[in-house]
Design a protein around this ligand. Structure first.
Ligand SMILES: [Zn+2]
Length: 226
């Protein structure tokens, strides 16, 4: 019963966080910043402020598809961010530039995150299969391996949190420190980035809840075997 109550609560949080991301982005995509600074210009300002050079800034297609790709060391900004001089564009672009700075500096959580990506992908692909086999055969061993693999995806989401919070922290510190936005505009950018951060928190909570549930099932299987 507690599981379902928590699940519904976290589900509501997830939906609300998703709504906030699109709502805040949409809202502050309508507001031009008074310095007419574009997303691309803002991203390069963050790189400059951190003394990072050699990072590419390019356009990508789609909506809210902005990301930093460490493979070609390039910040990809979507159409509504790259050339746009809105408050939302500056916030998002600075966040992605924050990721580029993390890689350039060898920020510890992002190194851990990169190192565990292959195992975590393996874990998320095979955990459900093993969990289902475990339930079907009523085998604690198969189920247990499935739960261990599932815990890798939880671990990935856990390591993602400091990475995302730090990228937004760098973005906002630069926006404030370099005066990229006026004070009232800064709060708009902060709302956009806080909404995005909340989606990562919701994803971690969902994953943790399922992990706890699986561990409890695992333990109850052990009891019945005795
Ligand atoms: Zn990010």
């Amino acid at each position: 019963m507690l599981f379902w109550i928590l699940l519904i609560a976290i589900l509501i949080l997830s939906v609300w966080a998703q709504y906030q991301v699109s709502h805040q982005f949409h809202k502050y995509s309508q507001v031009q910043n008074r310095r007419f600074l574009t997303g691309a210009e803002a991203a390069s300002a963050v790189l400059r402020a951190h003394g990072v050079s050699g990072v590419g800034i390019a356009r990508c297609s789609g909506h809210l598809t902005d990301h930093y790709d460490p493979r070609d060391n390039t910040i990809y900004l979507s159409q509504s961010v790259y050339d746009s001089s809105t408050i939302a564009a500056v916030g998002v672009a600075c966040h992605e530039a924050g990721h580029a700075c993390q890689y350039a500096e060898g920020y510890f959580p992002i190194r851990v995150r990169s190192a565990i990506i292959p195992v975590c992908q393996f874990g998320s692909t095979f955990s459900y299969i093993l969990i289902l086999i475990g339930l079907f055969l009523y085998s604690q061993a198969w189920f247990g391996v499935g739960v261990v693999l599932f815990s890798l995806t939880t671990l990935f989401q856990l390591v993602t949190l400091p990475v995302e919070f730090n990228a937004s922290g760098r973005a906002l510190a630069t926006i404030e420190g370099e005066g990229l936005l006026y004070e009232d505009e800064y709060y708009g950018a902060r709302k956009v980035l806080s909404a995005a951060a909340l989606t990562y928190v919701a994803a971690l909570l969902t994953s943790l809840l399922y992990l706890a549930r699986y561990v409890m099932v695992f333990l109850s299987m052990g009891r019945r075997d005795e």
